[in-house]
Ligand binder design. Structure first.
Ligand code: SF4
Length: 327
């Protein structure tokens, strides 16, 4: 059986403090993540949303210590008592998959095309199960595949090219849940899938969350995909969190002009409202605009916005926004 998580509902599972990530490029320093802080409690489903280039994937990679200094210039990622960023390679190997699991972007293409699913899957399990437990490998694989709606008899002997995109994504999710991790970070888990399969995958993640008590961080450029499953949202723009709070609050009453644009872009099935976009392009992270990085696109721009970087301020219960309109 896949273990389910038992933790105190009051403890933070993950606490990110003042995290910054940058890369040296030939054009200068690319500031991908700037002073990001947030907490995740057990059972939360936290969505991180923003356009391409907003720093979401760099943030995900930092959470899993897939990035190391000098890319990470400052900050802390506390997972329980441990700072993930200061663990050594052996400690990280033990942590990943078993406690902190990852569904990478484009993950259905990350399966090795020349290995059968069972060999790739068992390779992950063998790393974490001790000698006595290794006899359970087949049962853990079958149980995990069943939880994502796949029949192990049809999948384990297959090569990736024999499976549909949706099936490959389910295999990756089965691998991610197989060792009963405390937290799963999923980066664009429905990218490259058709709309119906996207919906199926998100419904399945919601069901797994209920069944297994999973805690999830879901990353997407599409706020409508996150809206249905996440109870918290972080909105990122140009490497900064510009708004965060409970999903229902953000979706019903977005505060930051960028969030308003994202929410307005959600297609509606009824009503007269037309889908609106956000004018302009995301900024180059090497040559960020001065002041508020959103100012070239913001219809509420004031003189101060060009020179002052807005800090996050509280605008309600568990609600923060970084915009000079709320000083
Ligand atoms: Fe717009 Fe100014 Fe707020 Fe930035 S700080 S989002 S430019 S109003």
């Amino acid at each position: 059986m896949i273990p389910t998580l038992e933790v105190s509902p009051v403890d933070n599972l993950l606490e990110v403090t003042d995290l910054s990530v940058g890369y040296v490029t030939k054009n200068g320093l690319l500031r991908a993540v700037n002073e990001v802080s947030f907490k995740v409690s057990p059972g939360d489903v936290t969505g991180i949303v923003g356009e391409s280039g907003s720093g979401k994937t760099s943030l995900a990679n930092a959470l899993l210590a897939l990035l190391r200094p000098p890319a990470i210039s400052k900050g802390r990622v506390s997972f329980g008592e441990r700072n993930v960023l200061s663990l050594n390679d052996d400690e990280l190997r033990k942590l990943r998959w078993k406690e902190l699991s990852y569904i990478p972007q484009g993950s259905m293409n990350s399966l090795n095309p020349v290995m059968r699913i069972k060999d790739q899957f068992s390779g992950i399990l063998q790393t974490h199960l001790d000698q006595a437990e290794r006899d359970r490998t087949r049962r853990v694989m079958e149980d995990s595949l069943s939880k994502v709606g796949l029949d192990a008899h049809n999948v384990l002997d297959a090569y990736p090219h024999e499976l549909s995109g949706g099936m490959k994504q389910r295999v990756i999710i089965a691998m991610a849940i197989s060792l009963g991790p405390k937290l799963i970070v999923a980066d664009e888990p429905t990218t490259a899938l058709d709309v119906v399969t996207q919906k199926d995958i998100m419904t399945m993640l919601a069901e797994l969350k209920k069944q297994m008590g999973l805690t999830l961080i879901l990353i997407s450029h599409d706020i409508s995909i996150l809206a249905e499953i996440c109870n918290y949202l972080l909105v990122m723009y140009a490497g900064r969190v510009v708004e965060r709070g409970r999903s229902e609050d953000i979706l019903s009453s977005p505060k930051h002009p960028y969030t308003s644009g994202l929410v307005a872009s959600i297609p509606r099935l009824t009503g007269e409202k037309r889908v609106a976009g956000i004018p302009g392009e995301p900024p180059d992270l090497v040559t960020l605009p001065t002041g508020c990085a959103f100012h070239p696109r913001c219809k509420y721009r004031m003189t101060a916005c060009v020179s002052q970087v807005p800090s996050s301020v509280s605008v309600g219960d568990e609600r923060e926004v970084a915009c000079l309109l709320y000083r």
